[in-house]
Design a binder for this molecule. Structure first.
Ligand code: SF4
Length: 210
């Protein structure tokens, strides 16, 4: 994994958020776990105290998502507290949010897709600038071309992987950056979008003009 991909991985981001703000960081972490053979009454008292700490924790949402992603908690085992939730409560949330969680995890794995989005955003930002000198205009032009080449390379590879041919694929980089769109193949107006966003000296010929 490259440093760019690692930076984008949501799990790593969540973990760093929790590490930075966990209210339990200065507490004895044993407090959040039931001891071996600990009587119900003792555990319930400690569990309630742990939940009180969680309620005021500034990173509770990140903690909960991390716990769900990690598969913490079981429906019939009451032995821990994470993000203010008991094991059975975490298991219930995971069932309730199963679809949303699966989508989030899938997206987490799609580091290439996020890189594509980042490049597209930078392309749009660069294209919106109005350099005031020839030198800066030249630098902008070079950057735009480099960005468009990177985007095109990634999109071409993604399309090839989903079974779409790449012959004649010149652009399609301004909009429709999602994986779903990649699966549909090139669209008619992609070349026009490219010419609009990237001010090439020689416009790319549209498919209809070819
Ligand atoms: S929500 Fe609770 S378990 Fe999670 S970091 Fe905060 S205090 Fe710790």
């Amino acid at each position: 994994m490259t440093s760019t991909q690692a930076r984008h991985t949501r799990r790593a981001v969540l973990q760093s958020v929790v590490d930075a703000g966990a209210r339990c960081a200065s507490s004895d972490l044993e407090m959040w776990f039931r001891g071996d053979d600990e009587p119900d009454a003792d555990w319930q008292t400690r569990r309630t105290a742990a939940q009180r700490v969680c309620i005021g924790c500034p990173v509770r949402a990140a903690c909960e998502e991390l716990a769900l992603r990690s598969g913490d908690g079981e429906a019939d085992v009451d032995e821990l507290v994470r993000a203010g939730l008991t094991g059975p409560e975490l298991a219930a949330v995971r069932v309730d949010q199963a679809v949303r969680l699966a989508v989030a995890v899938d997206r987490d794995r799609d580091t290439e897709g996020r890189l594509l989005e980042d490049l597209s955003v930078e392309l749009q930002t660069q294209a919106g600038r109005s350099p005031d000198t020839d030198q800066r205009r030249h630098e902008q032009h070079l950057r735009l071309r480099a960005l468009s080449a990177s985007i095109r390379r990634i999109r071409t590879a993604r399309r090839a992987r989903t079974g779409w041919g790449t012959t004649g694929l010149r652009a399609g980089i301004a909009d429709d950056m999602t994986q779903d769109d990649d699966a549909r193949g090139p669209e008619r107006d992609e070349t026009d979008q490219y010419n609009r966003v990237v001010p090439l000296r020689r416009p790319v010929r549209s498919a209809s003009a070819a």
